[in-house]
Ligand binder design. Structure first.
Ligand SMILES: [Zn+2]
Length: 291
């Protein structure tokens, strides 16, 4: 039995159905964020797009050849054993698997903001604007580092490969949606935000203000941010500056620099001149979505 069965029938089905669905969704979001942008751009799109696409170029094949096969291979490896989830009857097991996978996504994202993994994750956060292509801008090392947690721990707890791959389609679709710069009608997003992570909510996570970055870690559901009291929705989008305060200079964000950024020492959460970005405490409950 292979631990990385890259041509398993489940993965072939993923290639045949999920890849085109995600490609069409990406194209749709690209059109929507171009026609109805949420935040004003601070940099030319081509400057960021070239970097983001080149950075994604090794990450996407790495995901297809390692993370996704690991979900299937480790699921198969654990299939004969009793696990916490294998004792549940259907459809309770499927529901528990899906909730667990989303919670692993939330908790992994919190770990990415710890000092060790921030070295990798800051490549994603240093983008100076946020749009669909930011959702692809992950250092390939971050993708590889996620395998023991998102595939290994999930399999150990009893998540089947088929559920993990099916959920991955939702995970990738939601990642594309909440990174997009699409301005949904405020009323629609206000109703959606208590349930799922939206573009305004995730924009707050990409703020250069520390308190705001340390919030909204969820991928699909906002339930986990609510339970851990990390939900923060009351920051107006026009007040946001997207990025990491130590990296305000677009000229310093070459592809070569971004690929080797994990090797650079960690910076304090401050601008190069030493000032610390801040916002006033906003009025109203933190869970009320600001426009
Ligand atoms: Zn993050």
């Amino acid at each position: 039995m292979s631990l990385l069965p890259a041509s398993h029938p489940l993965l072939k089905r993923f290639d045949k159905y999920a890849t085109p669905v995600l490609a069409v969704l990406g194209l749709g979001l690209l059109l929507l964020e171009t026609r109805k942008p949420l935040r004003k751009r601070t940099r030319p799109r081509t400057e960021r797009w070239v970097r983001n696409v080149v950075l994604a170029a090794p990450s996407m094949p790495a995901m297809r050849l390692t993370l996704l096969p690991a979900m299937v291979g480790l699921g198969q490896l654990m299939a004969p054993y009793r696990t916490p989830l294998s004792r549940l009857p259907e459809p309770a097991r499927l529901l528990a698997e899906v909730l667990l996978l989303d919670y692993l996504g939330y908790s992994w994202h919190r770990l990415l903001h710890s000092p060790l993994l921030w070295r990798l994750h800051r490549v994603h956060h240093s983008d100076l604007d946020m749009d669909l292509t930011t959702g692809w801008r992950f250092h390939f090392g971050e993708m590889l580092a996620s395998i023991p947690y998102r595939a290994g721990l999930a399999a150990l707890l009893g998540v089947r490969g088929s559920t993990a791959l099916g959920f991955e389609v939702v995970f990738e679709a939601c990642t594309a949606f909440h990174h997009s710069n699409w301005q949904l009608p405020y009323e629609v997003e206000r109703r959606l935000a208590p349930l799922m992570v939206t573009p305004r909510a995730h924009g707050i996570h990409h703020s250069i203000v520390d308190r705001e970055t340390q919030s909204n870690f969820g991928v699909v559901l906002t339930l986990w941010d609510r339970l851990h009291r990390t939900l923060r929705l009351n920051v107006p989008q026009q007040d946001l500056t997207i990025g990491v305060p130590a990296f305000p200079d677009p000229a310093g964000q070459t592809v070569a620099r971004l690929l080797t950024l994990p090797l650079e020492p960690l910076d304090a959460w401050a601008r190069p001149d030493g000032s610390v970005p801040g916002h006033p405490a906003y009025a109203g409950p933190v869970t009320a979505l600001a426009e």
